[in-house]
Ligand binder design. Structure first.
Ligand code: NAP
Ligand code: MG
Length: 497
């Protein structure tokens, strides 16, 4: 079967929602404008999605505000909120097959990954925060005998969430799950390339019992809908995952408008460091490859700077290259495929132009470097490795967001630490070493929100996720995420004699 036959068959098994979801119902953009939703699997159009603007955002924010003020969600007893969210998680699981297909159709990652990771992790996130609702206590202060001081968390109010396309529903769930658990109402602006799962999920939340107006989804362009949300005077907090450049704009919009609270999860250029005393070179080679080839490299924590000690670099890169050469891009809908399409043609061309820059600046192409499966009409780039990269080259400094490894040599530990930290980003870093002193020293020296030792991407919903430096601030996942969605209030009560 051709890629297009598979797309047509998958298309019949999913519910494609194209309107904005506001106050519990879908409707077109007020202006009537639409934007194409293209599947990168074969480049065909799946649907026209509403392209919303500030008028739709006004409408969605008003719905969120009304639901918040009425307290239909906020004032529910904790256990009632918990039960609704547990049903919501169950709805995601009951519809996992469809959501996985939708995600793969929309943004081209392998169905094997959306089924095994993206969608189950969404259900897990919702369940984790649901269970926190009736277990996280507020505080009493150490007040004097004649007073009681209470330190309570209160919901922010209306939360705006602007999310990216690389893990469309998962990144959104890391926002909406803790925001809902803390009693907020939301307006979510999905990425223009991948709105389908978030739109469908809002409908599932309603079916699970989430009151109308609590979770609204407004698809549209970032410069219109996203900007209007971040500038809105009646939005209390804006949470964002995406590029550092847009993260800076979001901060500006908050400053220009109502000083809404801001939390940003932005990009990365993460170093994965392999020392000559690495305890398991095969495992490290697998990790080095998958740290960049998973999701076709469209991962904010991708270990794109592969730092290898010069004494072992040649042999080690041969191992990584062998894995890369085996990893053939394939039809994302084929259950055997482990490496799929890039999200769209623009992204593919951007990755190819970074590859050209790498060659022009003198890096040595070891494998890949070209478009693949062009006859399908889809947007594929072969797994690519550059050796001989210097940390000053563009491919070592800028986030490519594609399947491109930049291998950089170093002589000793201190040089590895220096190069590792020589970046504007600080999202993740990792080291492979059998020496416990080096491991601990690296973990303390590397400036990143996540540091991995003898693994890559070790993570769980129970641990915080976010960046240092220009990778942003605020943390998703874990109970720390609740801080982003709550204001602390001190209540001081003087006791009368
Ligand atoms: P992006 O271009 O920054 O877009 C992210 C979101 O912002 C999209 O919804 C986008 O809308 C919107 N947006 C664009 N311009 C805007 C504006 N002027 N005002 C308000 N919103 C605006 O990022 P992306 O290309 O979707 O995603 C890739 C980036 O996300 C990478 O840099 C990656 O590292 C980062 N990322 C970070 C994390 C993390 O947790 N740290 C996780 C995943 C991804 P449109 O879709 O219409 O452009
Ligand atoms: Mg799409």
């Amino acid at each position: 079967m051709s890629f297009s036959d598979n797309v047509a068959r998958a298309r019949e098994r999913v519910a494609i929602r194209t309107g904005a979801f506001i106050n519990g119902a879908f409707r077109p953009a007020i202006s009537g404008a639409t934007m194409p939703c293209v599947t990168p699997i074969d480049g065909s159009e799946l649907a026209q999605i509403s392209a919303c603007d500030e008028n739709d955002i006004d409408d969605a924010v008003a719905a969120a505000r009304a639901s918040f003020e009425a307290g239909h969600w906020r004032k529910l007893a904790p256990r009632q909120k918990r039960d609704v969210m547990l049903r919501f998680a169950q709805k995601i699981e009951d519809n996992a097959e469809e959501l996985a297909l939708l995600e793969t159709l929309d943004m081209g990652k392998p169905l094997s990954h959306t089924k095994a990771a993206d969608i189950p992790l969404v259900a897990q996130a919702i369940r984790y925060y649901a269970e926190a609702i009736d277990k996280v206590n507020d505080e009493l202060g150490p007040s004097p005998e004649n007073a009681v001081s209470m330190i309570v968390r209160e919901p922010m109010g209306v939360v705006g969430a602007v999310v990216p396309w690389n893990f469309p529903l998962l990144m959104a769930s890391w926002k909406f799950a803790p925001a809902l658990a803390t009693g907020n109402s939301l307006v979510v602006k999905p990425a223009e390339q991948a709105s389908l799962t978030m739109l469908r999920t809002a409908e599932l939340a309603l079916e699970a019992g989430l009151p109308e107006g609590v979770l609204n989804v407004v698809p549209g362009l970032g410069e219109k809908a996203g900007k209007a949300l971040a500038l809105h005077m009646d939005v209390d907090a804006i949470v964002f995952t995406g590029s550092t450049a847009v993260g800076k704009l979001i901060m500006g919009y908050a400053a220009q408008s109502n000083l809404k609270r801001v939390a940003l999860e932005c990009g990365g250029k993460s170093p994965q460091i392999v020392m000559e005393d690495c305890p398991d070179f095969d495992a490290a080679a697998q990790a080095a490859a998958w740290a960049v080839f998973y999701d076709q490299g469209q991962v904010c924590t991708a270990g794109t700077r592969l730092l290898v000690q010069n004494s072992i670099k040649k042999d080690f890169l041969e191992k990584v290259a062998a894995i890369a050469k085996d990893l053939k891009p394939g039809d994302p809908l084929d259950p055997e495929t482990a490496f799929g399409a890039l999200v769209d043609e623009t992204q593919m061309n951007s990755v190819l132009s970074y590859i050209n820059k790498g060659e022009a600046e003198g890096a040595k192409l070891v494998c890949g470097g070209e478009r693949a499966l062009g006859q399908s009409g889809g947007f594929y780039v072969a797994p690519t490795i550059f050796d001989g990269v210097d940390n000053t080259m563009t491919i070592a400094r800028e986030e490519i967001f594609g399947p491109v490894i930049s291998a950089i040599g170093f002589d000793d530990f201190d040089e590895a630490m220096r190069i590792g930290n020589d970046t504007i980003y600080g999202l993740a870093a990792g080291i492979w070493t059998a020496d416990i002193d080096k491991a601990h020293r690296a973990a303390r020296t590397l400036r990143a929100g996540n540091v991995w030792v003898n693994c890559w991407d070790g993570s769980d919903i129970t641990t915080p996720f976010g960046g240092f430096k220009q990778s942003g601030f605020g943390r998703d996942r874990s109970l720390h995420a609740l801080d982003k969605y709550t204001e602390l209030k001190t209540i001081w009560i003087e006791l009368r004699k």
